[in-house]
Design a protein around this ligand. Structure first.
Ligand code: CP
Ligand code: NVA
Length: 341
């Protein structure tokens, strides 16, 4: 798989399906070698491919998972990550993103940024002389999308890596899978919509309340990829959460109030009435008996009850969170090594 011409990661839409699968293959491999046990011969020996290289981490919003995975992942490769919260740098005082990108990129080797509207990350990328990685915008969260895909592989095709012992062999596509999104029309579901229909015969059903619709161009892209490609998947939209979970293998949700939407909280809590994921709603909707639950976290109590969230037979949310580390490390390899070979 060639990565020449891949300078930034702003959305998974910019990657081809084989490129996405190469990232997932490498993430699975990293997890196996880094984690299995301290006795694993490759544990901790990933080399230092980023020695001497600095990552600027510009965050204008809070973060736990993205910050910890990206900062430790860069350091694991021998590089120096530098966290720049908005109150630490002049962005907080109103210095334009354009000027920030020009200046910061003249001194570092890559930028990872969590910002507001998606055009903010585009402005950073346009004015940066080094790779820019989207660490969440209001429209997309590609790093989360990759971890979600990796988690689906671990669930649906646990021996995927044994089919692809070498990087030159492509990862098999995901097997047929019914995935239900029950929640807001936000950056997380947008990231699933631009990736899942291209990597297997996935039936993706998205339930959002009336008045909360995914962005039109993303909807038409996803439907086009599902129906126009060779994968025989489907993408459907509904306002009925129970309809969405019918025959579901996996049910996914996220907060109903994303960062930046705090002033809409009261209205949103009302509008999302009936969207809480519980055993009862999944059963009434007809989800498969062994359905799995995913959530990018952080979780609020209203969108999923404790019975589901903390049931290790049901909920794979902490595995999904841990996978953020391996997937961001694969993204570093893609932008800093593969794209330059
Ligand atoms: N899922 C996710 O991006 O979490 P953080 O906001 O904690 O980074
Ligand atoms: N949709 C959420 C995701 C947080 C990781 C937000 O944008 O706040």
């Amino acid at each position: 798989v060639s990565f020449s011409g891949t300078k930034h990661l702003l959305t998974l839409r910019d990657l081809t399906a084989p490129q996405i699968l190469a990232l997932i293959r490498r993430s699975l491999e990293l997890k196996e070698s880094m984690k299995v046990s301290q006795n694993h011969p490759a544990a901790g020996k990933q080399g230092q491919p980023l020695a001497g290289k600095t990552l600027a981490m510009i965050f204008t919003k809070r973060s736990t998972r993205t910050r910890v995975s990206s900062e430790t992942g860069w350091a694991h490769y021998g590089g120096h990550p530098m966290f720049l919260g908005k109150e630490d740098i002049q962005i907080g005082g109103g210095e334009p993103l354009k000027d920030t990108a020009i200046v910061v990129s003249s001194m570092v080797d890559a930028i990872l940024a969590r910002v507001g509207a998606h055009d903010e990350i585009e402005t950073l990328a346009k004015n940066s002389s080094v790779p820019v990685i989207n660490a969440l915008t209001a429209r997309y969260h590609p790093l989360q999308g990759l971890a979600d895909i990796m988690t689906l592989y671990e669930t649906a095709l646990p021996n995927a890596l044994s089919h692809t012992p070498s990087a030159s062999l492509p990862l098999p596509l995901l097997p047929p899978l019914n995935v239900a999104w029950v929640g807001d029309a936000n950056n997380i579901v947008h990231s699933l919509l631009v990736s899942l229909p291209r990597i297997g015969p996935i039936s993706l059903t998205v339930a959002t309340p009336k008045g909360y619709n995914c962005e039109a161009d993303i909807i038409s892209y996803a439907i086009g990829e599902a129906t126009g490609g060779d994968n025989r998947g489907t993408v459907k939209f509904t306002h009925d959460p129970k309809e969405a979970v019918r025959d579901a293998d996996v049910i996914i949700t996220d907060t109903w109030v994303s960062m930046g939407q705090e002033s809409e909280k009261a209205k949103r809590l009302k509008d999302f009435d009936g969207y809480m994921i519980t055993e009862k709603m999944a059963k009434e909707g007809g989800a498969k008996p062994d359905w799995k639950f995913m959530h990018c976290l952080p979780r609020k109590r209203e969108e999923v009850d404790d019975e589901v969230f903390y049931n290790p037979e049901r909920s794979i949310v902490f595995q999904e969170a841990e996978n953020r580390k391996y997937t961001v490390m694969a993204v570093y390899e893609m932008l800093m090594l593969w794209a330059k070979n």
